[in-house]
Design a protein around this ligand. Structure first.
Ligand SMILES: Nc1ncnc2c1ncn2[C@@H]1O[C@H](COP(=O)(O)OP(=O)(O)OP(=O)(O)O)[C@@H](O)[C@H]1O
Length: 583
């Protein structure tokens, strides 16, 4: 599990922060007694004794206490800022990594939502609602003071507090479900927008916008409906509780007045009681208002936790030295998660450093799946892929990336400049970037772009053609002279000049000792390879020297025999046995 310990550690620190804030809140609430007690002393003591010295002394003590109050309140705010900062520092990168891995594993979960959830959590911690339970916790202290002033004050305040607490419980029961559902619906709605924007061209070209907008509008209405249902209930109960609180305060003042008339309490204590009941009831009023934020924050935390706990990121942490490029595929089986039928059914072959292999085969034969497994994106279900004897899946990613180049079928360049993309978003030396560009034969093409290597590419920036993107992707794959180069249909968008450049690049990589695996539909580029592998329905149909395989393919089915290939029939038999074991 990815960073499970890190998440646990962060939650532990947040818990400690909450405990520290609770202790601070205790002193802050104690200091809040200053004003009511000061008022009581002024009315009952200073006014009767007419002593200005006592008044000055009381004022000095009260002002001193209020200064301490300000300092403690500031420290508590600072603790919340530190907690919010800790979430960003400790969880942002692991959450992004988990979101990427989760997406690689084809999860249905909306991974990017977790990043937004982290920001929401940070806003919650620095907002006011987080302190509400801490305020509620110290309410008994004010109740004790009220009981000491007069038991009737105490009982009245206790009854009022219980009544408002029950109202907040009722609010929770009535709003938790619709608000949580609204939150989930809002997350889905954001993901719909992201997908719509990503596919803007297709939507516009085929006039899909009204239909897409209608679908989105429906989900939006559903979300607003749920939100309104939760909010209406919570706002109605909140308004009711506010006016009930004011009525209870009036009841307290009237009771105090009666006690003063009957000489059972002093006027000063009556004033203090009026203030203290406000302190007792105020947190409960906030509790109703803050419930929504708590519900949202907890569901955001649960989503982040679900993503971090549910994402497998099993890799080694020790960087490995640069390999020579010896590639061994040993009885490789791959069954995608949640699927029963294997896509690759026991593939075995090996390549020596500097050898070039072309993989051909019909659509859905498993070529791209094999490419992804070769570069360690997915984990083999059984068997393994080894580069210089070490599993490409387990290999620590950064050191693996330094030795491997990969050009996927969908090139996917990142937002940034051409230089950023070729250098794989590192601060690489210009010489290395230019070398990779020259090797891919794109140096001159880049020179003709508006800002050369500084041209920004990405969604809102300079739009490259499909062929240009593919060739920049090739330069990125060639950056750093990789020991293993995996190219998945690198010529799908290339014209004949582009294909020639690709053949030169492969020849240069081979001359530099790079092991090259090239997946192709068009036979033109496999002319550059030493060996050919024909993949059919997830199994090796032919493997051997290029000329032999091409001859075997051309021969009638019954006469097929590749001299240099392993005995295919025996291999397929053993592969099928492995598939049986794996499934
Ligand atoms: N994550 C996955 N979950 C389920 N099925 C998958 C997954 N990945 C691949 N497949 C299935 O595996 C088969 C092989 O897919 P793959 O993309 O490897 O084929 P291919 O040989 O590269 O095809 P093409 O030449 O059309 O690109 C397909 O039937 C595909 O649906």
């Amino acid at each position: 599990m990815i960073d499970n310990a890190l998440l646990r550690g962060t939650l532990r620190h947040l818990g400690k922060g909450m405990v520290f804030s609770a202790v601070l809140s205790c002193f802050i609430n104690l200091l809040m007694l200053i004003v009511p007690l000061y008022t009581m002393q002024v009315y009952d003591r200073v006014m009767t004794s007419r002593s200005t010295d006592t008044l000055v002394m009381l004022a000095i003590v009260a002002v001193g206490g209020l200064c301490v109050y300000a300092v403690l309140d500031y420290i508590r705010t600072k603790v919340f800022l530190i907690m919010s900062d800790m979430i960003a520092r400790r969880l942002n990168v692991p959450t992004l990594q988990a979101a990427v891995i989760d997406t690689l594993h084809g999860s249905q979960r909306n991974s990017t939502q977790a990043i937004r959830d982290l920001n929401d959590l940070r806003s919650f911690i620095t907002g006011g609602s987080i302190t509400v339970p801490l305020e509620v916790m110290w309410v008994p202290m004010f109740l004790v003071v009220l009981f000491l002033l007069h038991p009737i004050y105490g009982w009245l305040a206790l009854g009022a507090a219980i009544f408002l607490f029950l109202m907040s419980v009722l609010t929770d029961i009535l709003t938790r479900r619709p608000l949580a559902q609204a939150n989930e619906a809002a997350a889905r709605s954001f993901s719909d927008i992201a997908s719509t924007v990503r596919n803007a061209e297709v939507i516009e070209a085929m006039g899909m916008l009204p239909a897409v907008a209608k679908r989105w509008e429906r989900s939006q209405y559903h979300m607003i409906d749920l939100l309104n249902r939760g909010n209406t209930t919570s706002k109605a109960l909140s308004a009711a509780s506010r006016s009930i609180r004011l009525m209870l305060q009036l009841a307290m003042i009237s009771t105090a007045c009666l006690l003063v008339i009957n000489r059972e309490a002093s006027p000063g204590s009556a004033m203090a009681a009026g203030m203290l009941i406000g302190r007792v009831l105020h947190p409960f009023e906030l509790l109703i208002d803050g419930w929504r934020q708590w519900v949202f924050a907890l569901s955001a935390l649960n989503r982040v936790r679900g993503l971090l706990n549910g994402t497998k990121g099993r890799r080694e942490s020790m960087p490995l030295p640069r390999p020579e490029g010896r590639l061994t595929i040993d009885r490789l089986v791959y069954i995608p998660p949640g699927v029963e039928r294997p896509v690759l059914k026991g593939i075995s072959f090996s390549l020596e450093p500097g050898e070039t292999l072309g993989i051909i085969g019909p659509s859905a034969a498993g070529k791209s799946t094999l490419a992804r497994l070769l570069v360690g994106i997915w984990e083999p279900t059984a068997g393994g892929i080894y580069l210089d004897g070490h599993s490409t899946f387990l290999w620590e990613r950064e050191s693996f990336g330094h030795s491997v180049g990969y050009l996927p079928q969908n090139v996917s360049l990142l937002d940034g400049t051409i230089r950023d993309n070729i250098s794989r978003m590192t601060e690489a030396s210009p010489l290395d970037v230019v070398n990779a560009a020259k090797m891919a034969d794109v140096h001159e093409m880049i020179g003709r772009l508006p800002f050369g290597y500084d041209t920004t590419i990405g969604d809102a920036a300079y739009s490259l053609s499909g062929g240009q993107r593919q060739r920049i992707g090739l330069a990125r794959a060639l950056f750093g002279n990789p020991r293993l180069l995996v190219l998945d249909e690198p010529n799908s968008n290339l014209d004949s000049a582009g294909e020639q450049a690709l053949l030169h690049a492969i020849a240069k990589a081979k001359a530099a000792g790079t092991t090259v695996v090239l997946i192709a539909h068009r036979p033109s580029v496999v002319a550059a390879v030493d060996k050919l592998l024909v993949l059919k329905d997830g199994m090796i149909d032919q493997f051997g020297a290029r000329a032999d395989v091409l001859k075997a393919i051309a021969a009638p089915p019954g006469a097929r025999q590749v001299a240099t290939a392993p005995n295919v029939a025996r291999l397929v038999k053993s592969e099928q046995a492995i598939v049986g074991q794996a499934s």
